[in-house]
Design a binder for this molecule. Structure first.
Ligand code: PMP
Length: 283
């Protein structure tokens, strides 16, 4: 079956979907995106993803072309047309097509809306059993990381460093502090058993999985602290893990070549991963 994508009101075969050269997403990375997981053919925590999409758009002054109900209908139809049971829905909105000029285009230029699905095994991800390895890299990004911008060059370069190091993720460090993973939120568990992640600010993306994990941890009686994480703490932590819509909860067993804890996925990460699956399936 050919892959079907969504572009500006139409469901099309991937090969037929074309975006003009003058699209501001292409020329300026003038746009935002969102990624939601699909489990058992159902969108996971989708209302939260659509709320973040709406916020990202409003922060850069692009009108949201769809209501939450319309977005949900489009996503659901795309998932059905592709027969997707497990994987991701990707959504992107750019400021649209106009003659190249830095300032916003004059007049009512329609935003470009593109969506596609990706098949991905989330339940059968073998890395969750053994745990992932990570490296630390400098955070080279701009100062509004709370906006889910399609300008991802710094993350592309960070992830490529991880690929070349033979590890799964790059933890980005700024002023000696861990900001987040190249495409994930970083958590540690201290030796005292406290779950720690960086507080929300313009320095990091407000992870949708992060929010759910903090709530699940609190409900389970795990002590939670939102505070800055010094990169040195990574080497002293009992556990580390990262979260994202595509990885859910991924235990980290080695950072910069040093084992984390006993070098195996820890009990807190393992428990939160199981709880997140229950949460995702209940949605
Ligand atoms: N931080 C960054 C930089 C990311 O790209 C992602 C993945 N979208 C996350 C955190 C995790 O966010 P979420 O849990 O919403 O996928």
């Amino acid at each position: 079956m050919s892959r079907t994508v969504y572009l500006n009101g139409a469901f099309l075969p991937l090969e037929e979907a074309r975006v003009p050269v003058m699209d501001r997403g292409f020329l300026f990375a003038d746009g935002i995106y969102e990624v939601a997981a699909v489990l058992d053919g159902t969108l996971v925590d989708n209302a939260a993803h659509l709320a973040r999409l709406d916020r990202s758009l409003s922060e850069i002054g692009i009108r949201n072309p769809h209501t939450e109900a319309e977005w949900t209908r489009l996503e659901t139809e795309l998932v059905a047309r592709n027969g997707l049971t497990e994987g991701l829905v990707y959504m992107q909105v750019t400021r649209g097509v106009a003659e190249r000029d830095f300032g916003f285009p004059k007049g009512d230029v329609a935003p470009t809306v593109a969506m596609f699905t990706q098949e991905k095994s989330i339940t059968g991800n073998a890395m969750a059993e053994t745990g992932a390895k990570a490296i630390t890299v400098p955070d080279l990004r701009w100062k509004r990381r709370d906006i889910k911008s399609v300008a991802l060059l710094a993350q592309v370069l960070a992830k490529q460093q991880a690929v070349e190091a033979g590890v799964a993720e790059a933890f980005m460090v700024e002023d000696g502090l861990v900001t987040e993973g190249s495409s994930s939120t970083v958590f540690i568990v201290t030796k005292a058993g406290t779950l720690v992640t960086r507080p929300l600010s313009t320095a990091l993306l407000p992870g949708i999985t992060r929010k759910a994990i903090l709530a699940l941890a609190a409900e389970t009686g795990i002590a939670v602290e939102e505070r800055l994480i010094n990169a040195k703490e990574l080497g002293e932590a009992a556990e580390a893990f990262y979260t994202s819509a595509s990885a859910f909860v991924m235990p980290v067993v080695e950072i910069d070549g040093q084992p984390v804890g006993n070098g195996r996925p820890g009990p807190v990460a393992t428990r939160l991963r199981a709880l997140y699956f229950d949460f995702a399936r209940a949605a």
